[in-house]
Design a protein around this ligand. Sequence first.
Ligand code: NAP
Length: 259
Amino acid sequence: MDLGIRGKRGIVCAASKGLGRGCAEALAEAGVDLVINARGAEALDTTAEAIRGRFQVRVTVVAADVTTEAGRAAVLAACPDPDILVTNAGGPPPGLWSDWSREDFIKALDANMLTPIALMQAALPGMMDRGWGRVVNITSQSVKAPIPALGLSNAARTGLTGFVAGTSRQVAPRGVTINNLLPGIHATDRAVALDDGVAEAEGLTREEATARRQATIPARRYGAPEEFGAACAFLCSVHAGFIVGQNLLIDGGATNATL
Ligand code: NAP
């Protein structure tokens, strides 16, 4: 399917690895010129080079922490008028509800709620003026069903979801859509780190910890960043203009819910 977005300009945040990289690759395959971001310059350059080599699109790198004002300013300076914005950042650390201080909450809210909101506030006016735009926020399955050890994530991402629910309806009349993608467990560095943590805590090997988690997913495997990226590219396509303010779970059926 031709996604109809060849030549558009897109920003993909936190994209040197994992789900962000999957989204960047799928958009590049559809012909989108990209600004990609991550903190570490080396992995970011390697990813950019790989994308340029495979898809012959323009890829600009911005090595910066997107959860800071300066980082966001640098990303937006490299692409002041994006047609497509994919927001993403690292997730908050695990813990128990009673562990966290006000500062911990502010940090999580900054990274996983206020950063995507600030990026949208910067990008939406231009998209609305031009009569076309696509925003996809990478959130988490924890928005639909809370993950007990990830209370900071549950809280921050649900706040973002509320903002998107209202705002997406306000910008839709001008040809701009905002939707959220809710990943379940995907085979990325983050999933490996979580498996390592469980393995260490419970005296298992990483393989045992992985197999145990895979057994909880109806698809009996972890998701691949490539298939996550394909869903993102579709939501950014010309075919997705009637999909507004939705929260799409990509979790292999792990969230046991009717709706
Ligand atoms: P990942 O494989 O660890 O990759 C994270 C990417 O984000 C890297 O490119 C990293 O590069 C970049 N990054 C992290 N913090 C950043 C920051 N402050 N500014 C700019 N770039 C940053 O992670 P992932 O699995 O793709 O996860 C992406 C998001 O989805 C996270 O918020 C995660 O919590 C959420 N999620 C993931 C899963 C899963 O199973 N993978 C499930 C649910 C939710 P640098 O470190 O160099 O900055």
